[in-house]
Design a protein around this ligand. Structure first.
Ligand code: FEO
Length: 401
């Protein structure tokens, strides 16, 4: 017997935890796993909201049966078509051939192109309504959070927002499924890593979605990943609001590369320059030893980003180059930026970082420090100053509110 979890009368979590997939979207590590949350409403009509990745279908079906037994499923609401949620649609249709799939115009194309499904589909518009009996659902289109077909579904009796990927996070659930049943601190970093890696590029659309949902009385937020927010649903909306406005915490992330320790020595001087101030939220990552997803997360978290890199093959160190390409792609904004680095016989490292700074319209800290082979005492003094001035800039923003 598979375990479902009751959320409210007639509404159950039928999601699964995936602790064996190592990499999400073929790119993002999952050290704590991930949950694919699905929900079922057992009323006069039975509706399922999103499915799970295909590798978990048997467990998923067991959970459905644990709630409705031999009853049939009338509707599958598809809030999002990415295959971590849509991967079991076809199998579910085989089990329940009369089931109607509810989606919007954009959902239709994905159903056909991913799975060859062209029938059993009912298209809903923005603010569309579906009555299940005691429970009534309304649909709200939230395009590009983070795919074009994305929508959310609101259950009006219990005031539950089924929010698709929005307000979700990495991390398999730890027995509890609600924010008040789990150690939420264990999930915090993974929620921000999920936001910044998966959703962050679409901040404008996240803002539109938040504004659109403002008039709705939301008592519970049930996303497709991570904890269900019932003790304080406003708290996760506030976090998404802040992150999608590119607001940041007072702190610094230093991301550096070093082949023989010279750029690392400069990094230590930069960090020391920050230490004699009362902002101590400093994170230091070696770009060669830290997956880029964690670098993106901390760049999103903190007000200041400092990049330090050697030159390699007359260009920027390749892993640093990869990181700044990700930053450009994710369109992170409103950050203080500090730069330092080294070269042996030609430039190419720091000059590429400068180009990155010019393209992105960052608030650049003076000085930019570049050492020839190994840093001199003067170079290290300059690095110290770079660290000190970075903290001063953070404080000036705080003063400006
Ligand atoms: Fe969780 Fe966009 O899929």
């Amino acid at each position: 017997m598979e375990l479902s979890v009751k959320i409210k009368e007639g509404i159950h979590w039928i999601g699964v935890n995936d602790r064996s997939t190592d990499i999400f979207e073929g790119m993002w590590p999952l050290p704590k796993g991930v949950s694919y949350n699905s929900y079922i409403i057992d009323d006069d009509k039975v509706a399922i909201l999103d499915t799970v990745k295909h590798n978990s279908y048997e467990r998923f079906l067991g959970k459905i049966k644990s709630v409705i037994g031999d009853k049939k499923v009338d509707y599958l609401i598809v809030n999002h078509m990415e295959p971590d949620h849509s991967g079991s649609i076809k199998l579910l249709l085989n089990e329940y051939p009369e089931m109607k799939i509810i989606g919007n115009k954009k959902t239709v194309g994905f159903l056909e192109n991913f799975f060859g499904i062209t029938s059993n589909i009912e298209v809903v518009d923005d603010a569309g309504v579906l009555n299940l009996g005691r429970h009534k659902l309304t649909f709200h289109l939230t395009p590009m959070v983070h795919w074009p077909e994305t929508m959310v579904t609101y259950e009006t009796t219990e005031k539950i927002l089924f929010s698709a990927d929005a307000f979700g996070g990495f991390g398999a659930l730890t027995g509890g499924i609600f924010d008040d049943e789990v150690d939420i601190a264990y999930f915090e970093d993974e929620i921000l890593r999920y936001f910044s890696n998966i959703v962050g590029k679409y901040c404008v659309m996240v803002q539109k979605a938040i504004q659109k949902l403002q008039g709705i009385d939301i008592q519970i937020i049930a996303p497709t990943h991570g904890p269900i927010w019932r003790s304080d649903p406003a708290s996760i909306i506030k976090r998404y609001d802040r992150w999608s406005k590119h607001e940041a915490e007072a702190g610094v992330v230093i991301v550096y590369a070093s082949m023989y320790g010279n750029t690392e020595t400069m990094m230590e001087a930069v960090a020391r320059g920050m230490a004699e101030h009362d902002i101590n939220r400093i994170r230091i990552h070696d770009v060669s030893r830290t997956h880029v997803s964690y670098l993106i997360r901390d760049a999103w978290r903190f007000k200041a980003l400092i990049l330090g890199s050697p030159t390699y093959d007359t260009r920027l160190f390749p892993l640093m180059d990869q990181f700044i390409k990700f930053l450009k792609h994710k369109q992170l904004k409103n950050r203080i930026l500090g730069l330092f680095g080294t070269y042996g016989w030609s430039g190419g490292g720091v000059s590429t970082l400068k180009e990155f700074a010019e393209e992105g319209n960052w608030d650049l800290v003076d000085p930019i420090v570049e050492a020839h082979c190994s840093p001199t005492d003067e170079d290290l003094n300059q690095c110290f100053t770079l660290g000190k001035r970075t903290i001063e800039k953070i404080k000036s923003y705080e003063t400006c509110g």
